[in-house]
Design a protein around this ligand. Structure first.
Ligand code: ATR
Length: 276
């Protein structure tokens, strides 16, 4: 059978193996997917194994999404824009890096958005790798008003300088500036790790002045409902947790490897069951 895996450090608690193994089974593909705990110094060795066919493809996670790019033969345009790779595919002996995080996020939020996504005022909280994937996708979708707020404002500036082609449409700010201007945003996305288990009581910004009918989304899926989403729901917002992004980024990787569309509902159920 074929061999796939997730390279990261640490990876022991990842839900990806269960999700992908179930999808392989469901699609009757003879393959397995394992978590591979790899330290930075061993990235080259792992990529050689993929080149030689000992491994057929991998997902890449924290902290290797940027460093892995040095060992690949080609980087897909979207991954280049995001500046990180989360999926490696072997094409004719060449290793190609893709990034399915941004597209996975867009698929997860799609059904919640009005048809005029381009006119929405969007606030992204955080300026790390996840923020960059989400922002690149929004800008790719033609969004014309995007604010990135971060604890360290300079990082928000740097992120936008890297991916924004029209500085009139994007703006960097501090977390408190975002908090104070909250009533302006139609969609608010937390991409920081604030509120992730075990720090479940923390929130990245307070949501006191939410716009009517605002949508609040959190990339975190453990806990399923972060304190941030709880506060948003109490204020009457529509909330979207991080399970959809996780499932969709995995499904898109699966499609790159196999050419087959896995059953996302089934994948979601596996994830929800595993999270308890
Ligand atoms: P990822 O790849 O998951 O996005 P990252 O690149 O380490 O992870 O980025 C983490 C993000 O969470 C950053 O925006 C970080 O803010 P700083 O740039 O100021 O460090 C944000 N973050 C992490 N812990 C935070 C906290 N306690 N309060 C506010 N922001 C936090």
């Amino acid at each position: 059978g074929k061999r796939f895996g997730l390279i990261g450090h640490p990876v022991a608690h990842s839900l990806s193996p269960q999700m992908h193994n179930d999808a392989f089974k469901d699609c009757q593909i003879d393959a397995d997917y394992v978590a591979l705990d790899v330290e930075a110094g061993d990235l080259e060795e792992v990529t050689e194994k993929i080149r030689k066919g000992e491994i057929d493809g991998v997902n890449v996670t924290i902290p290797h999404k940027v460093a892995i790019m040095n060992f690949l033969d080609e980087i897909d345009r979207e991954a280049e824009r995001i500046g990180a790779v989360n999926t490696i595919v072997r094409h004719n002996g060449k290793l190609v890096g893709y990034n399915t995080d941004g597209a996975g996020y867009m698929q997860s939020i799609e059904s919640y958005l009005p048809s005029n996504v381009k006119d929405m005022n969007i606030l992204v909280i955080g300026a790390g790798g996840a923020a960059r994937a989400v922002c690149a996708s929004f800008l790719g979708a033609g969004v014309s008003s995007l604010v990135v707020a971060n604890r360290t404002k300079e990082k928000a500036d740097t992120l936008l300088n890297l991916i924004s082609t029209n500085q009139d449409q994007t703006n960097a700010m501090t977390l408190s500036e975002a908090e104070n201007g909250l009533e302006k945003f139609d969609l608010i996305v937390n991409t920081t790790s604030v509120g992730m288990s075990p720090y479940t009581e923390q929130i990245p910004i307070s949501l006191r002045k939410l716009k009517d009918k605002a949508i609040v989304s959190d990339l975190i899926y453990n806990p399923l409902e972060t304190a941030f989403l709880k506060e948003a729901a109490e204020s009457g917002a529509t909330t979207v947790n991080g399970v959809g992004m996780f499932v969709n980024q995995g499904a898109l990787s699966f499609e790159y490897w196999t050419g087959i569309k896995p059953d996302r509902k089934r994948m979601t159920n596996i994830v929800l069951k595993t999270l308890g």
